[in-house]
Design a protein around this ligand. Structure first.
Ligand code: NAD
Length: 373
């Protein structure tokens, strides 16, 4: 069983899909690991560190030769893949909706493509979930980005020259990233409030010492979809939410938006008119900018001034902390493959529940229901 670890070639991608720690663990399972030269450099891992862990290091063509499993952070360009074993697996964050044409190409190449972001949200798959591990650190970093762009302090400070008041931070969307954003903003000393469409998050917000801001007027909406995902909300709810946000947002200094609905454009949480009510010098970090944005006018990868508000269209925040995010992503991949490792076969054999969820292609065809349906 040969595992190939590719160097990420996408612009701005700094992470790597295996670390010396996971290389050693794969070797412990009886696998052979080959790492593309320079794959870990931007994540503070030298080729020599991989060699010391027992991997071989070489060119892309070298490492792919006879590979049974190919690991990546993002999906590699199909044109760059050759020489791998028949029916090789590709396990990575494949962005199946955004990179649909690539999925067809992987099928044509005879690759079994496994999209790690399609991991089901079930207890036993928590340790394999790249969305959670990366969102957690991204939620932390988003608050630091906001603090850095904000021309004032976060905590209340009493100085001989007078008092500096605490920043008011509002977190919109309390999933994995949002919870970490609340905790980080609290640690920095801000006064924190938060909102979500899932009523289950109210308790979590309170337990982190923040104030929940919730639509109470529209009854009966729990906002909970399959696997803990938010569902798209009714028009009535969206109207009530917009009114609530309008009143609250005008008083905020920092806003972090994190709301995503898988396979759909991100919900619009802040309109241009609402932005115009915010104080000059306020800062918004739109963590959903790459999926169309929660904030009107935000652009992925750009920082814009809109009505005097700094709107940061965050893009691949996880790549800003590559050493830690690579370590967690790599463990997710190892936890996934090792959980299904069949000792006799000397390779992983997926079960139906997780296999059907993550498998995009098999036997030359696209097989995933979410892509076909
Ligand atoms: P996410 O990235 O899908 O979305 C971020 C948050 O935005 C969610 O809380 C969502 O409810 C919220 N949101 C969506 N539309 C909104 C709107 N219009 N207004 C305000 N908020 C909106 O979420 P996530 O971080 O992946 O987590 C969602 C839930 O799934 C959490 O309860 C999490 O603990 C759970 N989860 C479980 C597992 C597992 O068991 N393996 C793995 C990951 C997440």
């Amino acid at each position: 069983m040969r595992i190939a670890v590719l160097k990420e070639l996408a612009a701005g991608e700094t992470r790597v899909a295996a670390t010396p720690e996971t290389v050693k663990k794969f070797i412990g399972l009886g696998a052979e690991v080959a790492v593309e030269s320079g794959a870990g450099v931007t994540a503070s891992i030298a080729d020599a560190d991989y060699t010391a862990a027992g991997a071989s290091v070489g060119s892309r063509a070298d490492v792919l030769k006879g590979a049974n499993i190919i690991l990546g952070i993002q999906g590699p360009d199909p044109k760059s893949l050759s020489g791998f074993a028949d029916g090789a697996w590709l396990a990575a964050g494949l962005n199946p909706f955004g990179e649909r044409a690539r999925v067809d190409d992987y099928a044509k190449l005879g690759i079994e493509a496994l999209a790690m972001e399609f991991m089901p949200r079930i207890t036993r798959a928590q340790s394999m979930d790249i969305l959670s591990s990366q969102a957690n650190l991204a939620g932390y970093k988003a608050v630091l980005m906001a603090a850095n762009a904000y021309g004032r302090a976060f905590p209340m400070m009493m100085t001989a020259a007078g008092t500096v008041s605490a920043a008011k931070a509002f977190i919109m969307g309390v999933g994995v990233a949002g919870l970490q954003a609340i905790a980080t903003a609290r640690r920095l000393g801000a006064q924190v409030s938060a909102t979500d469409v899932r009523s289950a998050t109210k308790e979590q917000i309170l337990s982190l010492g923040a104030k929940p801001i919730f639509v109470e007027s529209v009854a009966g909406i729990e906002g909970e979809g399959a696997g803990g995902y938010a569902t798209e909300m009714s028009e009535e709810y969206q109207k009530a939410q917009a009114e609530l946000v309008s009143g609250h947002i005008a008083k905020q200094d920092i806003v972090i938006t994190t709301a995503l609905i898988p396979g759909r454009p991100a919900p619009r949480l802040i309109s241009d008119a609402q932005l115009a009510t915010m104080r000059t010098g306020s800062v918004i970090v739109d963590m959903a900018a790459e999926s169309g944005g929660n904030v009107e006018g935000s652009v992925a990868g750009e920082t814009k001034q809109i009505h005097g508000v700094t709107v940061i269209g965050a893009k691949n925040i996880a790549a800003l902390m590559p050493a830690d995010t690579s370590a967690l992503f790599s463990r997710n991949l190892f936890n996934f493959l090792s959980a299904f490792w069949d000792k006799e076969a000397g390779k992983p054999v997926l079960d139906e529940e997780i296999g059907n969820a993550v498998r995009l292609t098999q036997g030359g065809k696209v097989v995933n229901e979410r892509l076909l349906g």
